[in-house]
Ligand binder design. Structure first.
Ligand code: ATP
Length: 739
């Protein structure tokens, strides 16, 4: 690729060919690498269709092609990953430039091997992380604890939770009382964690970069970094440390202090899940669940979308970063398929944010850039992978997202060839949104949100030269930076006329020059040789065009039938899911109903009891009041009666005294004096004998007294009040007839 077109591409696209599987059957190669020519490295391959197919021979161009014998270090150096790291560290000052390294390919073609390595080789991720930490080791921040952590948290634009690596790792081991990670459960171990004896010996000879001198531990409740590393030494020793990059550093900003923040997430079925947040176990189906996250602009990042709400781990040592990486990889979804025993079922994103601020400026906010390494899930054919159920549905989603990615990559090569406006359709799915949204300069530019550089991207396409022709050609078609189609092997009727040279080619819409038609051996007479040659050329072109069309149609129909299989599987799994969900909802409803019923019943009983008690209390109070009322009334009546009796007694006493006085008066009367009362006629009362009866005032008074007594008794028993009785008595005594 020429440097001009290199700089125009959003992603530099490299092709890496994997070596054959040990013991793989000897099959025909489907592609050949063209010799390097003037370039230092080969950059083109030719895809040869199987001999039984009448198909065009395709030629693809990449930034560089890595052949089967290329090692991890070759890929690391030749893809210029170190310059991406330099861009992230920003040695000249400023924020730096984000970088993305991704792999793309058919399942089993070596993507994970390239990105994460294997049991005895490190991948690009470990190499890049090692180089980052080595390069900034002298400028590493003194402490990643508070208040550094607080200042980092304040500058984080993605609404994340920041924790230190010792805290995270101790939590992972169950120390900090957090949810523990599952380790190997339903998911398999990472390639690096499967340990062999050879790895042990190589680990001893090669060690990771030394602990930065500036690290200090905070006293108190913060876990100790050295203790954490000691605890994880077994795991650390089991990691491969080859290839070694200990003599390799890139320049950094010497005026700045640095810290590295690690975050990891996966895109599964077009949803984003944090890999550093332990998943919770759902009660019903014992499945592990995590909350999907949003990819959105935030308050501190209004012009760029970010994955919001991740858990991020602040690391000051490469060993911490590697342990965090291992922990996150344990959470990633992998499954065994017919094509790969440990197949990635999600697109894995491993992010290393390198934060920096000027030395000594403690109040200065952190800035920096991010290195993102992406291990994409592989495209696969349902038939070959022999997947079914949920795995088949996953495969459908993976293929769909890779198809969108292919469209984006195709449009980038169209743009760089000047055939298309600068529009990349990257908003079609989460994968392309995350991969491409930072590829363009940010629109906003203010003091608080300065304009950011577009990211730099590297796409490493992996392919198996002995693998499936259709799947490989599909991936190569949409990922290659350039493509050329040559005329197929001559069909029968022109076969003997056309030259067998494979250089016969037709123009195609991709940027390779027109190779033109090769010479033809003529079997026709010299008179009409030119006409016939032209006819033959047209026929050959037509045949080439038609065979390509047929091939395209065939591929389309294959894709359609695959899509149908996937859709059917999806439907079936959806039906199953719906049944499961319905059962779960029913169960939940019944449980909730029972719980509510029990609560209501308890509440009803309690309120009944309260009501009963209140009722009893009410009656008790009523009885009390009645009793008290009765007691009070009787006493009152009794008092009044006493007063009345006393009054009457006094009255009787007075009358008696009067009577005695009157009698005494009568006894002492002289004849000249008035006659005693009983002798006086005017005082005489009619008697029983017809004569005047003897006046008997005493007996009359006694009678009256009796009457009063009776009336007093009546007053006590009857409704009339004692007052009334008294008044009545007084009135009677006032009556002149009674006196
Ligand atoms: N360049 C290579 N050198 C040695 N071994 C390799 C290479 N590439 C791949 N392999 C081996 O091939 C196997 C499958 O590779 P890998 O898991 O990387 O495939 P993949 O493309 O990631 O597949 P999937 O998309 O299904 O996850 C692994 O055992 C890996 O170690």
């Amino acid at each position: 690729m020429d440097p001009a077109s290199r700089s125009q591409n959003l992603f530099q696209v490299y092709l890496r060919l994997r070596p054959p599987y040990p013991g793989a059957p000897q099959t025909e190669r489907i592609l050949d690498v063209e010799p390097a020519g003037d370039n230092l490295h080969p950059s083109h391959i030719t895809l040869n269709p199987p001999p039984d197919r009448r198909r065009a021979i395709e030629r693809f161009g990449f930034t560089q092609v890595f052949e089967e014998d290329a090692g991890q270090l070759d890929v690391f150096h030749d893809t210029d990953t170190s310059s991406l790291i330099e861009g992230v560290l920003a040695p000249q000052g400023g924020d730096g430039t984000d970088a993305v390294v991704a792999t793309l390919g058919v399942t089993g073609s070596g993507k994970t091997h390239t990105i994460l390595g294997s049991r005895n080789q490190r991948g690009l991720t470990q190499l890049a992380v090692d180089v980052v930490f080595r390069s900034i080791s002298d400028n590493m921040v003194e402490s990643a604890q508070s208040p550094t952590l607080d200042s980092l948290q304040a500058c984080d634009a993605s609404e994340s939770t920041l924790i230190t690596a010792p805290y995270f790792l101790d939590g992972m081991n169950g120390d900090a009382g957090q949810t523990t990670y599952r380790g190997s459960g339903s998911r398999s171990t990472t390639p690096m964690m499967v340990r062999t004896q050879s790895t042990l010996s190589s680990a001893k000879t090669s060690t990771p970069s030394k602990v930065p001198r500036r690290i200090q531990q905070m006293p108190g409740s913060f876990p100790d970094q050295r203790r954490t590393l000691r605890r994880n030494s077994t795991l650390l020793n089991s990691l491969p440390y080859s290839p070694d990059v200990s003599d390799f550093v890139v320049p950094c900003d010497t005026a700045a202090e640095y810290v590295v923040i690690v975050s990891m997430y996966e895109v599964h079925n077009d949803r984003i899940y944090d890999l550093l947040t332990p998943s919770s176990q759902s009660g019903s189906n014992k499945d592990y669940r995590r909350r999907p996250l949003l990819f959105k602009p935030t308050e501190l990042s209004p012009d760029r979308k970010v994955v919001a709400g991740l858990r991020k781990v602040v690391c000051t040592d490469v060993r911490e970063a590697l342990l965090v990486l291992e922990a996150g990889l344990q959470e990633r979804r992998v499954a065994g398929t017919g094509s790969n025993s440990v197949s990635s079922r999600s697109h894995g994103f491993f992010c290393f944010e390198v934060k920096k601020r000027t030395f000594g400026w403690k109040n200065n906010s952190w800035s920096g850039s991010k290195l993102t390494i992406v291990d994409l899930a592989g495209s696969e054919r349902a038939r070959d992978a022999k997947t079914q159920g949920a795995t088949l549905v996953e495969a459908g989603k993976i293929n769909e997202s890779l198809m969108y990615l292919g469209q984006c990559l195709q449009s980038q090569s169209e743009i760089s060839a000047g055939r298309q406006a600068n529009v990349v359709p990257y908003r079609q799915c989460k994968l392309t949104e995350i991969l491409f949204s930072n590829s363009f300069p940010s629109t906003a530019g203010s003091y608080s949100h300065p304009r950011r550089n577009p990211q730099r991207g590297i796409m490493i396409v992996t392919a198996d030269p002995l693998g499936d022709f259709n799947a490989t050609s599909q991936i190569l078609r949409y990922s290659a930076l350039a493509r050329d189609v040559t005329v197929p092997r001559a069909p029968s009727f022109t076969g003997n006329m056309l030259a067998p040279s494979p250089t016969n080619s037709t123009h195609h819409n991709r940027p390779f020059g027109n190779a033109g038609f090769g010479s033809m051996r003529s079997h026709v007479s010299p008179f009409n040789a030119t006409d016939e040659r032209v006819t033959m050329e047209i026929a050959a072109l037509e045949i080439a065009r038609m065979s390509e069309e047929i091939e395209q149609l065939r591929q389309e129909s294959e894709m359609q039938s695959e899509a149908r299989i996937v859709a059917e599987a999806h439907l079936l799994s959806m039906e199953d899911r719906m049944i499961d969900m319905e059962a779960a909802v029913r169960e939940e409803c019944a449980l909730e109903f029972e719980q509510r019923l029990a609560t209501e019943l308890a509440r009803f009983k309690a309120s009944m009891q309260i009501e009963k008690e209140r009722h009893e209390e009410h009656w008790d109070r009523k009885v009390d009041i009645l009793e008290r009322g009765l007691d009070t009334g009787f006493e009152e009546d009794f008092d009044k009666e006493n007063v009345l009796v006393e009054n009457l007694t006094q009255e009787v006493e007075r009358l008696r005294r009067e009577n005695i006085i009157l009698k005494r008066e009568l006894a002492n009367r002289s004849p000249s004096k008035r006659k005693p009362l009983e002798e006086r006629e005017d005082f005489a009362m009619p008697g029983n004998n017809g004569g005047p009866s003897k006046p008997d005032s005493v007996s009359s008074i006694s009678r009256k007294f009796e009457r009063i007594k009776i009336s007093a008794d009546g007053a006590r028993n009857g409704p009339s009040s004692p007052k009334k009785v008294r008044r009545l008595v007084a009135r009677r005594w006032d009556d002149p007839d009674d006196v």
